[in-house]
Ligand binder design. Structure first.
Ligand SMILES: [Zn+2]
Length: 250
């Protein structure tokens, strides 16, 4: 089987003491690679070292921590992405967060920063990975107006009508390894065509077990999706890994 973790945060402190063993377990669990998502300028610099250490296995998608983003940090991240664009497979995660940010002024303030990242993806001709927690509709509207490249809605939890719009637009979604605990995500797994679904752990978060989440757990997501779609794990692994290779242009 060939599996792929399309979105994780392997630079985080949760992994700093045993990253080699985590990567080893991922290989033993049939992963052929993973995309790690940096979420700030410090995280970006740590990730540069990590992808050098694990070439052709760990790839870098560069974005931000959406709910904590400032204009200053946006500028820093954009400069880093421009400088190292050859070593990056996507811009993101970037987007809108209505889960942590509840006031309408704070929510509105995220839009110009999100737009800057959209413009950057256009400038560099890179696909874009979207964080749209509780803001799926607004993020979709902004992307439909501004962006015509490849879009991946990471950890997608939108309502079925937004999932249908995402499918119509030819965009991709990722499902986390514990997605079968969420009604919208189960619905999305059935609405999106299988050739537009990727699997992710979002480790160290969203664990399908009581422990820290790590890339080897992508198997749980593969098994859950095979049950929902009534397909073999082999078929789901093959499709989702192909989709990741296609989306990230590996
Ligand atoms: Zn993430």
């Amino acid at each position: 089987m060939r599996l792929f973790d399309s979105h994780t945060h392997i630079d985080m402190k949760h992994f700093q003491n045993d990253i080699d063993r985590v990567i080893q377990r991922a290989r033993e669990a049939d992963l052929i690679g993973m995309v790690t998502s940096s979420i700030g300028s410090g995280s970006f610099r740590r990730t540069i070292g990590i992808i050098k250490k694990y070439p052709n296995f760990i790839y870098h998608s560069a974005g931000c921590s959406v709910s904590q983003l400032t204009e200053d940090e946006t500028t820093k991240i954009i400069e880093l992405i421009q400088k190292y664009s050859k070593d990056i497979v996507a811009v993101g995660e970037v987007g809108l967060d209505y889960h942590w940010i509840k006031d309408s002024r704070g929510r509105k303030a995220q839009e110009p920063l999100f737009s800057k990242f959209i413009e950057l993806a256009i400038e560099l001709n890179l696909p874009i990975v979207i964080h749209s927690r509780k803001a799926e509709e607004r993020a979709t509207e902004m992307l439909e107006k501004q962006f015509s490249g490849d879009v991946l809605m990471h950890c997608f939890d939108g309502a079925p009508e937004i999932a249908r719009r995402v499918a119509d637009n030819g965009w991709y979604i990722t499902l986390p390894s514990n997605f079968d605990k969420y009604r919208n995500r189960i619905a999305s797994a059935k609405i999106l065509p299988l050739d537009h679904i990727l699997l992710e752990t979002d480790g160290p978060y969203l664990s399908p077990t009581p422990l820290r989440n790590e890339p080897a757990n992508i198997r749980h997501g593969c098994e859950a999706l095979s049950k929902v779609l009534k397909l073999s794990m082999e078929d789901v692994a093959k499709a989702t890994t192909n989709n990741a290779e296609q989306f990230y242009r590996l």
